[in-house]
Design a protein. Structure first.
Length: 267
């Protein structure tokens, strides 16, 4: 069944008209990576301590939850290349991927919920749950009741970076999504030695290239300033280039491109 679910996610992304740039220049995303985490994995309980008591467990989101299905949508090389060339603002292709590509990601969440229900299993997309909330001021900064990145880590899809992103086998330039379901599926093993292993800086004290890529200094060797980053991503960047690009949300992604972890786990 896990192969069937993985294939359905990949089929939807490959065939969806929503995974295409308006000018026909190609897709927003390459083939997805898919992983599974057990709903009863103790790590989800640990997140209440690591992130905050407000962070929901899978069983709090769905009674009888058995599995968290998580996917990574890798951003294409053509889009990443355009963003590598920028230093102040995200590129047009990157911004369209953030806006229209995330719309596709939302469609995938809803599609997978419907697909699972059609197979006789209950399912919920945490981002669309009535229980979902975002908090501006927590001990870890801006946070919400469900973290797609932490779900992806639990599902064995990657580890965290100095910039707070998730470095997967396809790198850090991607979008993430997840669905909680009552369908039992075998968990994907977490093979990294620790939750920071894929980041060169955390692993061996080298790199830090993402620090210089941030246009507002939101990344330092001390970590990631979520508020400063958010003010740029949701404030300055859309104001500067949003109208020109024809989108309301532009993202940024400068720290996810022209870095060693852009498309791979750095050796």
């Amino acid at each position: 069944m896990e192969i069937r679910i993985r294939d359905e996610i990949r089929r939807f992304v490959a065939e969806s008209p929503g995974n295409r740039f308006p000018d026909g220049s190609g897709p927003y995303f390459d083939e997805p990576l898919v992983g599974f985490a057990a709903a009863e994995d103790p790590l989800f309980g640990d997140y209440k301590r690591i992130i905050g008591a407000f962070h929901l467990t899978p069983t709090e989101l769905l009674e009888g939850a058995a599995t968290v299905i998580v996917w990574v949508l890798p951003i294409t090389a053509a889009t990443r290349m355009t963003n590598r060339m920028e230093s102040d603002w995200p590129s047009r292709k990157w911004s369209l991927t953030r806006s229209h590509g995330e719309t596709l990601n939302g469609q995938l969440r809803r599609h997978l919920v419907a697909h699972l229900e059609g197979l006789g299993h209950r399912a919920v997309a945490p981002q669309y749950s009535p229980a979902w909330q975002e908090f501006a001021d927590t001990p870890v900064g801006i946070a919400s009741t469900w973290s797609e990145r932490h779900a992806a880590y639990a599902a064995g899809l990657g580890t965290f970076s100095l910039s707070d992103g998730l470095i997967t086998e396809r790198g850090i330039a991607h979008r993430l999504g997840s669905v909680v379901t009552s369908l039992p599926l075998p968990p994907t093993p977490r093979t990294a030695p620790d939750h920071l292993h894929n980041c060169l800086y955390h692993r061996e004290g080298s790199c830090g290239v993402c620090i210089g890529r941030c246009p507002v200094g939101a990344i330092t060797f001390a970590g990631h300033d979520k508020l400063r980053c958010r003010e740029f991503v949701y404030g300055a960047a859309p104001r500067e280039v949003g109208e020109r690009y024809g989108v309301q949300q532009t993202g940024c992604g400068l720290c996810q491109t022209r870095v060693p972890c852009e498309a791979v786990v750095p050796p």
